[in-house]
Ligand binder design. Structure first.
Ligand code: 1CP
Length: 346
């Protein structure tokens, strides 16, 4: 178990470092986004979604928007996990109302990715972090992030989001050499990217493994745990003690093994994770993050408030960061977010 450094005065970072807080600090996955009219306004004038990600003044502005409305304990860099394929020379475009579209890789095209130039392409994202850091109140935590190698690979191999990741799962089985080469590239580039984010002002970083679903235990160990373990280790070679959150969505019975083998400080729980299971199987010194169903926030009212209280009570014996169990959705009423924060913060 890692020794906890001294408290920093930033409640969310302190919870991540293992210091239990009186009330759980809160942030909301995808807290900048389409449920906010001020986001939609900036998004409309930015041009494409990636133009927004690569324009530091605008990306900084939308990062800070949710903190002006709500008493959140962290800002999360406004960007996307798919800037990595874009930076590797596999262009990404976001079709209106459709999500990401890429030209899928085959075994040969893996070799033509350009990891050496990737970080140059991401300079505007690092400038965004510097701007956010300069504008953010002292007690707020700044979170950087990337997608985990497997999750990013599912988009690079499938060319779009999918519910079963079949293209990537088959590629891994049929083309093991090219798959391993792709994962190696993603581990190294993502590690250098996270290190650059920490140096540009991020207090901590989150690895989004959004597609840890649909994998048997052997595949889970090979595609999820091992690359996440290598990514965490590589970041800490360059920034010792870097505070890192892992969010392996859908990990279910593999959660404890994921946390133990990767060495993350914080384990993000999706909303399907039963509270009693989490508190019984995860070590009490591990910080947990989560895990309200985003649709409970859409519906709001008494059901939302009682479930939020159950989550807080279930993790009262350990460091806990309150969050949703996946991203906030565009149809969420803004008033429900304020109601939720009142329940958590009293
Ligand atoms: O037009 C728009 O405004 C596009 C909507 C949008 C937004 C607001 C996309 C497209 N990405 C983002 C920002 C984003 N993406 C953030 C910003 C910081 C925040 O406020 O939280 C973050 C952290 C992400 C991360 C991300 N992108 C993930 C991991 C988290 C998760 O939700 O599981 C994933 C899977 C993506 C891919 C992606 N980008 C955008 C969409 C619609 C998707 C999902 C596509 C799919 O369902 O497969």
């Amino acid at each position: 178990m890692r020794a906890s450094p001294q408290p920093t005065g930033k409640p969310l970072l302190d919870a991540a470092l293992g210091h239990k807080q009186k009330t759980p600090p809160v942030w909301i996955m995808r807290q900048a986004g389409r449920y906010l009219p001020e986001y939609r306004e900036v998004r409309a004038k930015a041009g494409s979604f990636l133009d927004l990600c690569y324009t530091p003044t605008l990306a900084c502005e939308v990062t800070l928007q949710p903190l002006r409305r709500f008493d959140l304990d962290a800002a999360i860099l406004f960007s996307d996990i798919l800037v990595i394929p874009d930076a590797l020379g596999q262009p990404v475009r976001f079709a209106q109302g459709e999500g990401p579209v890429l030209e899928p890789l085959d075994a040969k095209s893996v070799a033509s990715l350009s990891p050496e130039k990737a970080l140059d392409h991401l300079t505007p994202v690092l400038e965004t972090l510097e701007r956010i850091k300069a504008a953010l109140a002292q007690e707020k935590t700044l979170i950087g992030f990337c997608g985990a190698p497997w999750t990013v690979a599912t988009y690079m191999l499938g060319g779009k989001g999918s519910s079963d990741q079949a293209a990537a799962r088959l590629f891994a089985l049929n083309e093991p050499v090219a798959f391993a080469a792709l994962i190696d590239i993603l581990v190294e580039v993502s590690a250098r990217y996270l290190v650059a984010q920490l140096r540009a002002g991020a207090d901590m970083v989150q690895i989004f493994e959004s597609w840890a679903l649909n994998l048997d235990e052997t595949a889970f160990r090979n595609y999820v745990i091992e690359p996440n373990r290598r990514l965490v280790a590589r970041v800490r070679e360059l920034v010792p003690d870097a505070p890192i959150t892992g969010f392996p969505r859908g990990a279910a019975g593999m959660l404890a093994e994921y946390a133990e083998k990767t060495g993350v400080n914080v384990l993000g729980l999706d909303y399907a994770t039963p509270l009693a299971f989490a508190s019984q199987t995860l070590p009490q010194t591990l910080t947990v993050q989560g895990n309200l169903d985003p649709l409970r926030l859409v519906a709001g009212g008494a059901q939302m408030e009682s479930r939020a209280r159950e989550i807080v009570a279930a993790f009262a014996d350990r460091p806990h960061i309150f969050n949703l169990g996946h991203g906030i959705v565009p149809q969420t009423p803004i008033a429900h977010v304020s109601d939720l924060l009142k329940v958590i913060k009293g």
